[in-house]
Design a protein around this ligand. Structure first.
Ligand SMILES: *Cc1c(COP(=O)(O)O)cnc(C)c1O
Length: 385
């Protein structure tokens, strides 16, 4: 009776395991296998050594320097790191990724990981009186927030090829009037819609409903929807430092949206936690954004390793989705997903299995370094013998 009814109804997110008992090669949480750029390590060391007094003071509540650095990074890479061109120390977007306007700092809002950002975005734009629409299989934190804020949801099954059923999502959004959210590329399927497909989708959706695209993985080969912000006032793009910016440990996520929407999320933030980004994360995040070339290179390496491992899995008889992310979603005709996960674990590597009905045959494999993937290949060879 000490506990509120609200808490009794909570259904918290279960992250990929982080075991402490044994050292595994960890390919289960879509973390980046590469360390942050040397320039980021140096910036953090300098800050702690030369400005220890700042650890005793509150950080900038508005993270202004960080927001400027994020905007600058997006303008330089076009929002897709793995395709950014690095010429003579300068970074430029690939032609297809060019943003037809300049992203400005007032279009950025940052939070303590994009999980927190998503929580505030849910609170800001979804309502408990209307169902919002999302795919049946997508980032499993969305239903958790729906439960937390008591927002009803309408989950739309994927098509047979595991892609989003765009028409059905629009039909339901039209009926519910509560907004739309999905990850693009989607998780755990790894498949993405093109920017033009999303454009057609938003055009048909109501301009009075919020349209949220979670681009956690877009840097590894998807198409960013940032250029669409010039056309649509109801679009919110959510992004993170955890995957392509090698920064899951520093907890930084952000949105890119028109300033009016940024202000609304900021109001929510200031009603919960004035200082979500600590001083060290502001320093490390800013330094990361200023080293676009390093992260363009690491994102390219991850994408290349992924495509090689995709071929390996196919050769081994797996059904594998054609990934635009830093993970592969695959199933083997002869071994159930949970058994595969267990057997790989016995070999000293962690991959992810979801017990969720409908995708229980699959495993999700995070792309590591070529050396880690060579170990995983050995483990698969052993298990499939
Ligand atoms: C990893 C992930 C996030 C969360 O990232 P954090 O910034 O680490 O909280 C958000 N959305 C999707 C789809 C993800 O896969």
């Amino acid at each position: 009776m000490l506990i509120s009814n609200r808490v009794k109804q909570l259904n918290p997110y279960v992250p990929g395991e982080q075991p402490k008992d044994r050292v595994y090669i960890k390919l289960n949480a879509n973390e980046n296998p590469y360390p942050p750029a040397p320039s980021v390590q140096k910036a953090v060391m300098d800050f702690v050594q030369n400005h220890p007094e700042k650890l005793g003071l509150y950080p900038d509540p508005d993270s202004l320097e960080l927001h400027a650095a994020i905007a600058d990074m997006l303008n330089k890479c076009g929002g897709v790191l793995c395709r950014a061109k690095c010429e003579g120390g300068e970074v430029k977007p690939a032609d297809e990724d060019k943003i037809p306007f300049t992203v400005t700092p007032d279009m950025i809002y940052t939070g303590n990981g994009s999980d927190e950002v998503l929580s505030f975005v849910f609170y800001a734009f979804f309502d408990s009186s209307k169902k919002f629409v999302m795919p049946q299989f997508t980032y499993s934190f969305y239903p958790v927030y729906a439960g937390y804020y008591n927002i009803p949801m309408d989950q739309v099954p994927l098509k047979e090829d595991w892609s989003l059923d765009v028409d059905e999502m629009l039909a339901r959004a039209g009926k519910n009037e509560g907004g739309i959210i999905f990850a693009n590329p989607n998780a755990p399927t790894s498949l993405g819609l093109t920017r033009d497909e999303v454009r057609q989708m938003i055009k048909k959706a109501s301009p009075d409903e919020i349209f949220i695209v979670d681009e956690a993985y877009v840097d590894f080969g998807g198409e960013s929807c940032i250029p669409l912000l010039a056309e649509f006032k109801n679009l919110v793009i959510v992004r993170t430092f955890s995957k392509s910016l090698c920064g899951a440990g520093q907890r930084l996520g952000y949105i890119v949206a028109n300033p009016e929407l940024v202000n609304i999320v900021t109001t929510v933030k200031n009603s919960v936690n004035h200082f979500p980004i600590d001083a060290v994360a502001q320093v490390s995040g800013t330094a990361a954004c200023r080293d676009v070339a390093y992260y363009a290179e690491t994102s390219r390496k991850v994408a290349q390793t992924r495509d090689e491992f995709y071929n390996f899995l196919r050769e081994k008889g797996f059904y594998v989705l054609k990934s635009q992310t830093n993970f592969l979603f695959a199933r083997h005709p002869a071994i159930p997903g949970d058994e595969l996960y267990q057997k790989i674990k016995q070999q000293g590597l962690l991959i992810r299995h979801f017990a969720t009905k409908g995708i229980e045959d699959f495993v999700r494999i995070t792309i590591g370094t070529p050396e880690q993937m060579a170990e995983l290949k050995k483990a698969f060879e052993e298990v499939l013998k």
